[in-house]
Ligand binder design. Structure first.
Ligand code: SF4
Length: 372
């Protein structure tokens, strides 16, 4: 439990008690170095060996066609745009080819997500999952955010539970926390009114965890939400983690506005600063002291900012991102190699260790998962 910066019990009261949330939101007024110091103390307690992990995997976006039209998304194309040739749906063979390239580069997992294509349902997805499991049993498949899963529920007419069980049987191993954005209906209604609610994002995660499965949790912030809403988001994740223990990691990043409807509607909008990113990440580490791993976002931040984040609570550098399409469309242009990631980790004072998607294996000689 955190000490110096928070009153005892304020974290546990926060979800129900608005006053406690306001108290927690005052953390954003604190000096960054104070926040980083407390976050680093929690990181050291959870990961005493000064190891920073990373993964070699690839994002595969099976389609860019989506009916949801989130105002912050530059990736999607409508069905009409698709009919004019601007959309795609990958074939099973194309997905397998991308996985082979990933394996050739030493990759151990894929993060597979797509738009909510009006014509894609369980058949396409389960066929894809089964084929991947058959052809690449060594690859860990981290796929389908809660919004995609609700789309499959709607298309199939099955219950959420039945849908999740079928996906699990087909080879889904872990669910990414994408689409959480800010888990308050106020912000969701403002930036993505057609998307599933905060409660239904949490419902998917809770149901998936109840099957004994793991997922990640995320937060995309810096889209004119209040600090109190960021705190509410973090408390929702903390609360669910206390119930299920199913989150392997938390990843936060800043909204990337280029080429989005949000930017068009708000021409004077200014992106969250690196300092805001670092403070928010440190506060995430402090509030989420029951989630083992916090990833530094070098995809939406310069690498030097991610390097500082390792001293502000983060113990993981995420993926080398052999392929990334979503935030690239919105103006994030950072990319890296495995060697560069290892160098950054070492120069930041830590030992780099390659891991799997599920954080269940350390892929370095002489290092066990207990060490990380
Ligand atoms: S964020 Fe996801 S659900 Fe929203 S428009 Fe983009 S692809 Fe569709």
């Amino acid at each position: 439990m955190t000490g110096a910066l928070l009153e005892e019990g304020v974290l546990d009261a926060g979800l129900e008690d608005r006053e406690a949330r306001r108290e927690l939101a005052k953390l954003f007024d604190r000096n960054f170095l104070e926040l980083a110091s407390e976050a680093d103390e929690i990181r050291r307690r959870l990961h005493p060996n000064d190891i920073v992990t990373y993964i070699v995997d690839r994002n595969i976006n099976y389609t860019n066609v989506c009916w949801v039209a989130c105002s912050f998304c530059a990736f999607y194309r409508t069905k009409r745009q698709a009919q004019k040739g601007d959309g795609y749906v990958l074939t099973v063979e194309q997905v397998l080819q991308k996985i082979q390239e990933t394996v050739d580069l030493g990759g151990t997992g894929i993060l597979m997500q797509g738009g909510l294509h009006p014509d894609i349902g369980m058949e396409y997805i389960t066929d894809l999952l089964r084929t991947i499991r058959k052809e690449y049993p060594q690859i860990q498949v981290h796929a389908l955010s809660p919004a995609e899963i609700w789309h499959l529920v709607d298309k199939s007419g099955m219950s959420l539970d039945e849908t999740l069980k079928e996906l699990k049987n087909a080879g889904l191993m872990s669910i990414p926390g994408g689409g959480a954005e800010i888990l308050t209906d106020e912000t969701r209604g403002r930036i993505a009114p057609a998307k599933n609610s905060a409660d239904t994002w949490l419902e998917v995660m809770e149901s998936w965890h109840s099957l004994g499965m793991k997922s990640t949790a995320t937060m995309m912030f810096g889209i004119d939400e209040s600090y109190e809403e960021r705190v509410e988001h973090l408390l929702q994740i903390r609360n669910l983690q206390a119930k299920t223990g199913g989150f392997t990691a938390f990843i936060d990043w800043t909204f990337q506005p280029d080429n989005t409807t949000y930017r068009k509607k708000h021409p004077d909008f200014e992106k969250a600063s690196s300092l805001d990113y670092l403070k928010t990440t440190a506060i995430s580490r402090i509030i989420l002291d029951n989630v083992s791993n916090i990833q530094a976002s070098w995809v939406t931040q310069p690498m030097k900012t991610a390097s500082i984040a390792l001293h502000a609570g983060c113990n993981d550098m995420g993926s080398i991102m052999i392929e990334e399409n979503v935030v690239k469309e919105a103006g994030a242009r950072y990319c890296t190699t495995e060697q560069e990631l290892r160098n950054v980790i070492e120069h930041s004072g830590f030992m780099p260790v390659k891991r799997t998607t599920l954080y269940d294996r350390a892929l370095e000689p002489g290092i066990s998962v207990k060490d990380i």
